[in-house]
Design a protein around this ligand. Structure first.
Ligand SMILES: Cc1cc2nc3c(=O)[nH]c(=O)nc-3n(C[C@H](O)[C@H](O)[C@H](O)COP(=O)(O)OP(=O)(O)OC[C@H]3O[C@@H](n4cnc5c(N)ncnc54)[C@H](O)[C@@H]3O)c2cc1C
Length: 243
């Protein structure tokens, strides 16, 4: 039902105007856009973004929506600057408030969550793969905090972890949410491992939904660890950012 309600808007491009830009980490920028799609998506979904140069050259990439619907008529993306990245480079270094781009979507109905879908929720994000999971947690915070949720988050360093302060505040204030951060490139850091996954599962009990997002390598490692803990494969939804 939801898919068919959303489908007609997915395949056409919608004008969007940048209303705010702000740093999230040294390499990730928050981009808030005013767009008619802002009232028509589920947490976890992504949009295609199309840039058009003055000479007509176009480039298009996918970006997860970081915000949960809030009635503001805007949505938020979080874009990591990749070395020599065509589209991420434009958003990170050249974009200004008032610039216009085009969005198409929302896309990814199966990788999405809303409160009535229930839980417990086991979320796993690698790097900027945490963005759609952040949207799910923001949605959960709008009135579904009774649903247990745990986020396993792998980032290079704490400074590079997206929205870490928001996630830590949430974990402190909300006994039904726990954050399990693994930093891979700082002293004493480590990759996600069996004890970390077991700890997350102990906090929420048997998960009802599992969402994993990140690089192919992260998603494969997280899936293996979660399956080894006895979670049924059919519960796991994955999204891969490439590379
Ligand atoms: C469903 C989906 C959701 C996504 N959501 C987000 C998001 O929320 N935030 C975000 O920052 N990105 C996200 N991405 C990745 C995004 O679509 C682009 O791939 C990324 O921004 C690179 O595009 P670019 O034009 O800057 O780089 P390009 O000019 O295409 O490539 C520049 C260099 O980066 C390498 N590269 C390309 N893509 C990646 C990648 N994903 N990871 C590492 N290296 C790469 C290329 O091999 C090349 O060497 C998402 C991708 C998918 C498929």
């Amino acid at each position: 039902m939801i898919e068919s309600a959303i489908e007609p808007v997915v395949f056409r491009w919608h004008e969007a105007e940048i209303t705010a830009l702000s740093p999230v980490t040294p390499h990730v920028r928050s981009v808030r856009l005013r767009c008619s799609l802002a009232e028509a998506y589920r947490a976890g979904q992504h949009v295609d973004v199309r840039l058009t140069a003055e000479d007509g050259y176009q480039a298009q990439r996918s970006y997860s929506i970081a915000s949960a619907q809030d009635g503001s008529g805007t949505l938020e993306l979080m874009i990591e600057a990749l070395p020599d990245g065509e589209v991420s480079g434009w958003f990170s270094h050249l974009a200004e408030v008032g610039d216009r781009v085009e969005l198409r979507g929302p896309i990814g109905g199966s990788f999405s969550w809303d409160g009535p879908d229930g839980g417990p929720l086991l979320l796993g994000g690698g790097g900027s793969g945490v963005v759609p999971l952040l949207a799910m947690l923001r949605r959960r915070a709008q009135g579904w905090r009774q649903i247990p949720a745990a986020l396993i988050y792998s980032a290079r360093t704490r400074a590079e972890a997206i929205a870490v302060a928001e996630l830590e505040r949430l974990a402190e204030a909300d006994p039904n949410f726990s954050l399990h951060l693994a930093t891979t490139r700082e002293p004493g850091g480590k990759r996600i491992d069996a004890p970390l996954v077991a700890d997350a599962l102990a906090r929420i009990g048997a998960p009802g939904k599992v969402f994993l997002c990140g690089s192919n390598r992260f998603v494969a490692a997280a899936s293996d660890l979660i399956l080894a803990e006895g979670v049924a494969p059919g519960l796991i939804r994955t999204e891969r950012f490439g590379a």
